[in-house]
Structures are given as C-alpha cells and as structure tokens.
Ligand binder design. Sequence first.
Ligand code: GTP
Ligand code: MG
Length: 206
Amino acid sequence: MAITTLFSELPVEFIGSFPDPRHPLEPPLAELIFLGRSNVGKSSLINALAGRRIAKTSGTPGKTQYLNAFRFPGFYLIDLPGYGYAKLGRAERTRLRKLVDDVIKTRNRRGAVVWLLDIRHPPSDDDLTMADLLAEAGRETIIVLTKGDKLSQAQRHAAAKARADDLGLDPDDLLLTSSAKGFGIAELAEHLDETARDPNLGRGTG
Ligand code: GTP
Ligand code: MG
C-alpha cells in the first residue's frame, strides 16, 4: 500500500546492485543499511518508506542478492540480502553471509544500520550473532519490528515487550511497523531522516 512519509515525496534513484560490500557510492552520503534475516521484510520496508516500489520483494526467501543502493536527496538507503536462509546451497549461503558481515565490519562509518526482527519470533541464533557483530563493530543501530499486522493489537504489545526482553532492551527502543498496513512507517521515516542528517552520525563509535 502507498503510504505518505517524509520520503514518499522525494525523488529517488536506483544506483545499482553491487556484489562488493565496499563498493563506494558517489557522492559519499549518509547510508542507512537494512539488515535482517531472509524474508523478514527489508525490501518491503524500503518500499513502504519510499511510498513506491523501488526494491524487489518476494514470498520466497533469498530474493535480494547483492547490495542494492537507492539515492534520496542527502542519503542512501541500502538493501542487503538476508542472512540465515537454510535452504540455499552452502557456497551461496557463505557468499551472502560474508557480504553481510563485511558490510557491517568495513562499510562507510557515516551510516546507521536498520536491523529488522519479525515481531512474532524470538531472535534466531543468526540474529544473536548479528547483534554481537553490530556491537563489536560499534555500529549505530536502529531496531525495527516487522510484520506487526500479523498479530492482533493486544498480541502486538505483548510480543513487542517479549522481543525487548529477548534483547535486554526497553520496548520504547524498538519501532513497531507493518509495511503491509502502513503503521509505524511515517514515524520510522522521521527517525531515519533525523539520523541521516545528524552531523555526528557514525562519529561517536568505532
Ligand atoms: P530477502 O531479500 O530474501 O532477504 O527478504 P526481505 O527481508 O527483503 O523480505 P521481503 O521484503 O522480500 O518480504 C518477504 C515476504 O514478507 C513477502 O512475501 C512480503 O510481502 C512479506 N512482508 C514483508 N513485510 C510485511 C508486513 O509488514 N506484513 C506482512 N503481512 N507481510 C510482509
Ligand atoms: Mg530483500
């Protein structure tokens, strides 16, 4: 569904799809990098934020294959392949995992990671490994719960609290969204816009 957000009125350009995690983007701008398990809803969330279909989505996990960059005025949104999709062959799984790990470890510090978790499920082992990697790399991280529409309102609040407990965080630290129904998206766009424009982004850490 088309949602009005801070980003939906802005021009956007697909820059390209890059197998190299270090691929420099020109001009260098703040980067908001979307990370999460395969099928968690990264590409759908980018489309919801943009208010139009710019990223490819699929009901089959493993849709996004490379680092896909979208340029907005003043910042990039970066869509990544998901991690943890068991059905891929070992070589492909290893390639995707290395791409994602290298993005977190080596990419442009002037950025933040938008880390997605499905509100319905406790973090997987892969999610917990990723949490460690983000902390080790000192990455500024914005945590988003996806697919909120799959639960009733009462279940949603309980699940958000459970996910916060899983992560040792306060429920207020997690942004609850639904790309399908549009809730939480305009608020997330505002938060991302503020983050991208923060002159100290990426300077406090690492
Ligand atoms: P990979 O590129 O494979 O890593 O997946 P992804 O994280 O980009 O997921 P994608 O956006 O392609 O969405 C995966 C599936 O979840 C699709 O069938 C989407 O329609 C569905 N989906 C994504 N977000 C939501 C949501 O907020 N609500 C519901 N109900 N379904 C969603
Ligand atoms: Mg995707």
